[in-house]
Design a protein around this ligand. Structure first.
Ligand SMILES: NC(=O)c1ccc[n+]([C@@H]2O[C@H](COP(=O)([O-])OP(=O)(O)OC[C@H]3O[C@@H](n4cnc5c(N)ncnc54)[C@H](OP(=O)(O)O)[C@@H]3O)[C@@H](O)[C@H]2O)c1
Length: 297
């Protein structure tokens, strides 16, 4: 298949592109400029220079493709609308990337017992409402646009870039701060938990989703979960930085910004997926703690 993929230089998009190419597909990947085009091409991706705001380009590329993977942003509604317009009436696959902060709470380090399952209604916090609306738009496109639309709702992804140079969100932020300050931080009591998954397993799931996920499938992408305090402790041990330390919410927000502190590092995002297993997905890595302890660099 010829696949049009956005975010070809990104952490998720680059890994998905490399896995799709390894599975025998051609990937045309959206990149923002010439330098990034070269990085994508080095991984066998055919670069398409442009932005998520280039409606005509996205429409045209989607129309010419056999399937579309949107991995540049979970939050760019205009891009989703343009890609769906290009695919309209085709029955082809549209794989949209969301993130499990759609179920995040405002716990700031406190635990929560609730685990979200696929199909369970969610009532997002205000900051995440627009992302949830995009997921719903994508899923509804099976009827509104006659496409095979699928949403992969990724949890905390860890592991090295598998395509062009890129980094994930949460673990790299903790490590960057640790390297500059000499201290690994967690918020409050650090008892808040996030589901997580290794990037190689995520990439394998994108290939399966393009190949055979039924229209209208929403998947939580996860293979384990851990508390943020424990993650910080293991990072501190791995980097030989002594003991991880708690941070009051206000200090964390001042340093990391609200989105990162409140949702990415202070919240609970506990999800469980079954739809991926139904496609034959079998994650090869199940312990973020083991990965940090043995492989984090
Ligand atoms: N990593 C995770 O753990 C995770 C988990 C769940 C959800 N998510 C969400 O999934 C999405 C992708 O995540 P990621 O970790 O792969 O992020 P990333 O590494 O920053 O990759 C995003 C890629 O998309 C490109 N991009 C962004 N906005 C663009 C625009 N307006 N026009 C053209 N290209 C654009 C970026 O280009 P440049 O290289 O030029 O900046 C980058 O290469 C994000 O919305 C993220 O919040 C991530």
């Amino acid at each position: 298949m010829q696949i049009f993929l956005t975010g070809a230089n990104g952490y998720i998009g680059g890994a998905a592109a490399v896995a799709l190419i390894a599975a025998g597909h051609r990937v045309r990947g959206l990149v923002r400029d010439r330098t990034k085009a070269d990085a994508a091409a080095a991984h066998g991706i055919e670069p398409v220079i442009g932005s998520l705001d280039d409606v005509a380009l996205l429409r045209e590329e989607a129309c010419a493709a056999d399937a579309v993977v949107n991995a540049a942003s979970s939050d760019h509604r205009g891009a989703v609308e343009a890609l769906l317009a290009g695919l309209a009436g085709s029955g082809k696959a549209f794989i949209h990337s969301s993130g499990s902060s759609i179920v995040a709470d405002l716990a700031m380090g406190e635990p929560c017992d609730h685990i979200f399952h696929e199909g369970e209604p969610i009532a997002p916090v205000t900051d995440k409402a627009a992302r949830v609306a995009i997921d719903r738009l994508a899923l509804a496109a099976q009827d509104t646009h006659a496409v095979r639309s699928v949403v992969l709702c990724n949890s905390m992804i860890y592991g090295p870039a598998l395509g062009p140079p890129a980094q994930s969100v949460q673990i790299p932020a903790l490590v960057r701060q640790a390297r500059t300050s000499g201290v690994v931080r967690y918020i409050g009591r650090g008892l808040n938990r996030w589901s997580n998954v290794h990037i190689a397993d995520v990439a394998a799931l994108y290939v399966l989703a393009v190949d055979k996920a039924p229209a209208g499938t929403f998947m939580y992408v996860e293979s384990g979960e851990e508390a943020l305090g424990e993650i910080a402790r293991i990072i501190a041990a791995r980097l030989d930085l002594g003991t991880a330390q708690s941070w009051p919410a206000e200090d964390a927000i001042a340093a990391w910004g609200r989105a990162m502190a409140v949702y990415s590092l202070g919240s609970n995002s506990r999800v469980r997926g079954r739809a991926a297993a139904a496609l034959g997905w079998s994650p090869t890595r199940r312990s973020i703690v083991k990965w940090i302890a043995e492989e984090l660099v």
